[in-house]
Design a protein around this ligand. Structure first.
Ligand SMILES: Cc1cc2cn([C@H]3C[C@H](O)[C@@H](CO)O3)c(=O)nc2[nH]1
Length: 224
């Protein structure tokens, strides 16, 4: 079959605000042996040679945003390039949300200065044009920022204790601008918007609706 011609597995990226339910959504796919799950390497971001980059970034974003986002970019490239034997690779976030949501937001808030923003963007452009960082599908867990805030508080990640509703609103708007400009989901790569404001049991139904789109891929077929 044509799958041997593919240099990478069919890649699905799960995107969404802080507290949008990405981990819960991805846990549903543990039951499929054809799907390899790659979670955000938060454990790396909170312990790089004993430095908690996530923590210091939230405590002093002006000073540490560049350092943190530079390391996030490295770990996300690593995740994109991670080979997996399974035909389907599902990633939590991507190089793209790093650039279009988080870096953009930090720059808009003045936590990244012009030179820092430009250098991160130069790295991003070089990576995109020199490495195969292809994404075949995006699942966008869309939430109201108020819902995301409540979920984030429930989870209680210490580093996020200072994250405000306005910060989540900014990130929400940047996700919308990137994935559904003018309210219309982009088609390349295709974006499946999931209403993630709903309860877990209702989300289960959504996952059952989405799963066939993801799991019944006959890889490499030209008639995608
Ligand atoms: C790609 C990417 C993920 C990501 C997460 N984060 C933050 C948001 C959450 O508080 C935490 C875990 O997602 O890291 C960030 O500031 N910049 C990021 N860039």
């Amino acid at each position: 079959d044509m799958s041997s011609l593919r240099s990478r597995p069919y890649t699905v990226v799960v995107e969404g605000n802080i507290g949008s339910g990405k981990t819960t959504f991805m846990d549903h796919f543990k039951q499929y042996e054809d799907v390899a799950l790659f979670s955000e390497p938060v454990d790396k971001w909170t312990n790089v040679e004993s430095h908690n980059l996530l923590g210091i970034m939230y405590k002093d974003p002006k000073k540490w945003a560049m350092t943190f986002q530079s390391y996030v970019q490295l770990t996300m490239v690593n995740m994109h390039k991670q080979r997996c034997p399974e035909p389907i690779k599902m990633m939590e976030r991507s190089l793209y949300s790093a650039r279009f949501c988080f870096v953009e937001n930090l720059y808009e808030n003045g936590y990244l200065d012009g030179p820092e923003y430009v250098v991160l963007d130069e790295w991003f452009k070089w990576i995109c044009s020199n490495l195969d960082i292809g994404v075949d599908m995006i699942v966008y867990l869309r939430t109201h920022p108020e819902v995301a805030l409540e979920r984030m508080k429930l989870r209680g990640r210490e580093e996020e204790s200072c994250v405000s509703l306005s910060y989540l609103r900014q990130l929400h708007n940047l996700h919308e601008k990137w994935l559904c400009p003018g309210g219309v989901p982009i088609t390349s790569p295709p974006v499946y918007v999931v209403d993630a404001n709903r309860s877990f049991s209702e989300m289960e139904k959504e996952m059952k609706r989405i799963s066939p789109l993801i799991c019944n891929r006959n890889n490499g077929s030209l008639t995608n």
